[in-house]
Ligand binder design. Structure first.
Ligand SMILES: Cc1cc2nc3c(=O)[nH]c(=O)nc-3n(C[C@H](O)[C@H](O)[C@H](O)COP(=O)(O)OP(=O)(O)OC[C@H]3O[C@@H](n4cnc5c(N)ncnc54)[C@H](O)[C@@H]3O)c2cc1C
Length: 485
């Protein structure tokens, strides 16, 4: 009989692990508390408008391709990818910066803003590309067990880049604040302030300018559908609306789970739910990390989100739009240093219907607005409304488009929903930040130190936040289970 693996949750990491384990011959079942799969990447459909609830930036297409290739498939067997051109637009107080789909176009835009900057940019992206190759092909594929995993001839040669920050590196060569913000933006995906992120992570800049921004036709949820279909082809059994209430342990070895009040036996349990929540499913003696451990960690931001159906097409916007027209530093301080609702928030707006007609009814626009905020903030309907008014006013002012009277419906999502929907620690949106002290072997472990045959995966463990890292996390943990590191 094949060994039975019970997987908790159906986010990218769980789905990824389920495929690798099923391929290796394990008898795999996924237990997801919600009614649909995908975790933070679920879909919301209303009145003909289609929204991705969470992730919307498809970066690092090579990692998705590699995932499907590991199963003898092509990504294109499942969904169609379009490269966005332009990739995105940044609204500053006095200018709009457009990031094109090639280095030549981006260099032209940099030159327009700061003469001579394109030479620095090409050098910076060249170095970022080298870091990308090292990070993706050498470092990230290691399970975070030992510090020596980080020691390769390539990382040793770049050791200074682990102790300098991306912020410092960018500011050395680029003087214009708009270019500085543009180049600091990609590391925000890692969940920490650029001034607290090692410069080695400039590989995110290569992901941005070098590899480009893509869109799966039909939205990000197409990836979840593809992974579900692959998992089912491989024989994974999937149960939705199944809340896991307990991870059962007997004399230090996992014996299964209790879900919806029923005991389910398993040889291995793998949790892709938020790590902190997963540990609360264990008796205290079997938890590896204390409440004070979690409390001291730097978490990635939470978010205030609005999903809006507009009754007209909007002008002057792109698929991805960043509103960096207020003080970047101050907003970052209000997320990380003195957590509070932001005084003058930066925000992001996604209009997938600009490039993909299937996302909205004809003549309409699907819009999702995101304000990054500190986790654990008070979340009330009044605060949500107050911030909605602030950002919609700014949006109208900066784009010159009147939209308030064109709103067919508006739904919001914030800290309370992250906790209720995903059992997210403090309502974080995308896990634990990748700072120097929270990188690789310094992150919560994939394999339990206290319970035999219990494993963890997802954005709170290695390699970290984001969709591509979650795919990799599922692969790494499946290798630990099958003992093939
Ligand atoms: C608003 C937002 C925007 C983002 N934007 C991007 C982006 O543009 N690009 C990008 O790459 N990344 C982005 N991310 C990050 C990315 O979505 C996440 O890193 C990734 O989806 C995390 O996947 P995961 O496998 O760790 O788990 P999750 O997606 O958190 O899935 C965990 C699952 O476990 C389930 N679960 C929890 N408790 C239980 C239980 N007791 N029993 C059963 N099931 C349980 C949950 O319901 C959930 O389905 C964004 C995230 C958010 C929230």
């Amino acid at each position: 009989m094949n060994s039975k693996v019970a997987i908790i949750g159906s986010g990218f990491s769980s789905l990824s692990a389920s495929c690798y384990l099923a391929k290796a011959g394990y008898d795999v079942t996924i237990y997801e508390k919600n009614s649909t799969l995908g975790g933070r990447c679920r879909q919301f459909v209303k009145e003909g408008f289609t929204f991705d609830i969470g992730p919307s930036w498809y970066w690092m297409p090579d990692i998705f391709d590699k995932f499907f290739e590991d199963f003898g498939k092509q990504r294109s067997d499942y969904y169609t990818l379009d490269k966005l051109s332009p990739a995105y637009k940044i609204f500053f107080a006095d200018d709009i910066v457009t990031i094109g789909d090639t280095m030549d176009k981006i260099c032209e835009e940099f030159e327009r803003i700061e003469a001579g900057s394109s030479t620095h940019l090409r050098r910076f992206i060249g170095q970022a590309q080298e870091n990308y190759d090292i990070a993706i092909n050498k470092v990230v594929l290691r399970p975070g067990i030992s510090p020596f995993e980080l020691v390769t001839p390539e990382t040793v040669a770049r050791v200074d880049q682990f102790f300098k920050t991306i912020s410092g590196q960018v500011r050395k060569k680029f003087k214009n604040p708009k270019l500085v913000s543009t180049l600091e933006f990609p590391v925000l995906f890692l969940g920490a302030k650029p001034s607290n992120t090692p410069s080695f992570y400039s590989f995110m800049n290569y992901a941005d300018f070098g590899l480009g921004t893509w869109h799966p036709r039909g939205g990000m949820y197409e990836i979840i559908k593809a992974m579900q279909s692959l998992a089912e082809e491989l024989g994974v059994d999937i149960h939705t609306e199944t809340n896991v209430e307990k991870i059962r342990v007997d004399q230090g070895t996992v014996t299964g789970i209790t879900a919806n009040g029923k005991q389910i036996n398993a040889d291995y349990v793998l949790s892709g739910a938020d790590y902190h929540h997963s540990e609360t499913l264990l008796d205290k003696a079997y938890r590896q990390y204390s409440e004070s451990y979690w409390n001291k960690k730097t978490f990635a931001p939470s978010s205030l989100l609005f999903y809006i159906g507009f009754d007209k097409k909007l002008k002057g916007i792109e698929h991805h739009n960043l509103f960096f027209d207020t003080d970047f530093e101050r907003h970052a301080e209000e997320i990380y240093d003195s957590p509070q609702w932001p005084t003058d928030p930066l925000f992001y707006v996604n209009f997938p219907s600009v490039t993909d007609a299937s996302m909205a009814p004809e003549g309409c626009e699907t819009g999702f607005f995101l304000v990054p905020i500190a986790p654990n903030l008070e979340d009330t309907p009044e605060l949500r409304d107050q911030y909605f008014d602030v950002i919609i006013d700014r949006f109208e002012k900066r784009t010159g488009e009147h939209v308030k009277n064109s709103i067919i419906f508006k739904e919001s999502f914030c800290v309370k929903d992250f906790i209720e929907e995903y059992n997210s620690y403090k309502g974080n949106a995308y896990g634990m930040a990748n700072t120097l002290s929270q990188t690789a072997f310094l992150r919560p472990k994939l394999k339990s130190k206290k319970v035999k045959n219990l494993f963890f995966t997802g954005q709170l463990t290695v390699p970290g936040p984001g969709v591509p890292p979650s795919l990799i996390s599922g692969k790494l943990v499946s290798e630990l289970i099958t003992h093939k590191p």
